[in-house]
Ligand binder design. Structure first.
Ligand SMILES: *[C@@H]1O[C@H](CO)[C@@H](O)[C@H](O)[C@H]1NC(C)=O
Ligand SMILES: *[C@@H]1O[C@H](CO)[C@@H](O)[C@H](O)[C@H]1NC(C)=O
Ligand SMILES: *[C@@H]1O[C@H](CO)[C@@H](O)[C@H](O)[C@H]1NC(C)=O
Ligand SMILES: [Fe+2]
Length: 459
């Protein structure tokens, strides 16, 4: 009884003071810079004959001892070799050969796209690698992650919907100026080639050259978005994700997946599940079957942080793309809550938003229970579709701000997730108009398995 009275008083206080309406719509006024694409000549091919270009790397195995090295040679298939060695032991040089792919799309023929998987790397080690030959040798470097374990610190950058505008360049430059990020969780929509006539595939090439300054040096963990579909029957292009699947290779087989569009990896303290919003995911489909089996494989004693990536957000309060993640939410949200997913990262909406821990899994058609509720077993949903692509900002938020939305702002930027140990991760979001040191939104995330502390600031 006393509890009920207390609750009533609390509710009355909330209603009269508005104190409980904790969500923040940032009043920050962004500049009205248009985000036009950078010209192709801002990203010339590197010097030398048949020089390797568009170099990008991603984790190449389940646990972080492999790397897939990808690059394009414009004129000739060969050389198709990557030479690599430990930075502190240059006398011991290893070699791996690439598999070579190319594709045609409408009137375009790609260069030779190389994917080489290098294996049995040592954990927590700096490597150098070299591509090309003759006058076109190019050297890069990367660091391997620590062996997966509950208390190894690791920091991920978070970006999405990047494109190749001046704003995109600002986002990437800001991220790179921060020494903390060790790998990027990329939530989909890469080049935006499909915004140009006949999905101008040269835009994929300029994009590969644009992002190389980061993608050649640290792994980007890839998610596919709708702008990566390039499905265009009107010009005879019927294969969904054709350019994406040729250009991006991921270690999907190691997680038992049958498609590169959904897969998982373990990296340091994190178990990362990548989903495809634009592939079939209803019951009985390959993606659904795979995900159901996948959650059972997660060992939070080995990888405490469970992170899901998907392009279309399941919770977002912007009027752009509103409810496009709804069918996936109906199917997958019960698992996210049951298995205590820490974070769901998405893009698609060209703005930034962070949710409260909420769920909406009680509804069964007839019971009327169709409103989200606070749920400390539920993930936080982050929408980071604010990379800065040619389509501009999604600045039409629903009003009033729904209670499930903790912070939202229509500015370009990127996120950073600093995992300290099995219980604590510090998360920040940085808008492009500020110096990287300025933190526009920040919060501690407490691990849902090891330390499911109530994260709600005022409720
Ligand atoms: C992209 O940003 C970098 C700084 O991060 C700058 O040096 C470069 O000039 C920019 N490129 C273009 C085309 O604006
Ligand atoms: C739906 O929920 C209501 C209320 O909890 C319950 O009575 C009903 O049996 C449920 N229907 C089904 C099909 O589970
Ligand atoms: C985990 O990290 C947090 C934040 O840095 C710290 O306060 C806490 O003491 C750490 N836990 C352990 C067991 O070291
Ligand atoms: Fe999108």
């Amino acid at each position: 009884m006393a509890l009920k009275v207390g609750l009533c008083i609390l509710i009355i206080v909330c209603i009269t003071t508005g104190f409980c309406d904790a969500g923040k719509t940032s009043s920050y006024t962004r500049s009205s810079d248009t985000s036009s694409d950078m010209p192709a000549d801002a990203f010339p091919s590197p010097k030398g004959s048949n020089a390797p270009e568009q170099v990008h790397i991603t984790q190449g195995d389940r646990g972080g001892r492999g790397m897939i090295i990808s690059w394009v040679t414009p004129n000739q298939r060969h050389p198709n070799v990557v030479r690599y060695w430990k930075a502190n032991d240059p006398s011991d040089v290893y070699k791996a050969h690439s598999q070579i792919f190319s594709y045609r799309y409408y009137d375009y023929t790609s260069g030779y796209i190389h994917h080489a998987t290098i294996k049995k790397l040592e954990y927590d080690t700096n490597y150098l690698y070299e591509l090309g030959s003759g006058d076109a040798v190019r050297q890069f470097s990367f660091s391997t992650p620590p062996r997966p374990g509950p208390d190894v610190p690791y920091t991920f950058g978070i970006m999405g919907d990047l494109g190749q505008t001046y704003a995109s360049n600002s986002t990437l430059g800001h991220y790179m100026s921060n020494p903390k990020g060790e790998a990027v969780l990329f939530v989909g929509d890469l080049s935006y080639a499909d915004n140009f006539p006949n999905h101008d595939q040269r835009k994929w090439d300029t994009w590969g050259r644009f992002v190389e300054k980061s993608t050649a040096y640290q792994p980007w963990i890839w998610t596919a978005g709708n702008h990566d579909l390039d499905f265009a029957p009107e010009i005879g292009e019927y294969m969904p994700f054709k350019p994406y699947l040729h250009r991006i290779h991921v270690p999907y087989r190691q997680s038992g997946s049958t498609s590169p569009l959904w897969y998982s990896i373990k990296r340091g303290p994190a178990y990362i599940i990548v989903l495809s919003s634009f592939s079939a995911f209803t019951k009985y489909t390959p993606q659904n079957d795979w995900l159901e089996a996948e959650f059972k494989k997660v060992d939070r004693h080995e990888t405490p942080w469970l992170i899901v990536m998907t392009h279309a957000p399941l919770y977002n309060s912007d009027n752009y793309h509103y409810m496009e993640g709804e069918s996936m939410r109906v199917l997958f949200e019960p698992w996210f809550v049951k298995y205590k997913v820490d974070l769901v990262l998405s893009g698609h909406v060209h703005a930034y938003e962070r949710s409260e821990r909420i769920s909406n899994i009680r509804y069964n058609i007839t019971n009327g229970l169709c409103t989200p509720i606070k749920d400390q077993s539920a993930p936080v949903y982050l929408t980071v579709g604010d990379g800065g692509n040619i389509e501009g900002l999604a600045n039409d938020f629903s009003d009033p701000q729904p209670f499930y939305s903790a912070y939202r702002e229509a500015s370009f930027g990127h996120g950073l997730l600093e995992i300290n140990n099995r219980t604590h991760a510090y998360y920040t979001w940085h808008r492009n108009q500020d110096d990287e040191a300025v933190v526009a939104d920040s919060t501690w995330f407490y691990n849902r398995f090891w330390y499911p502390k109530d994260e709600t600031a005022s409720f």
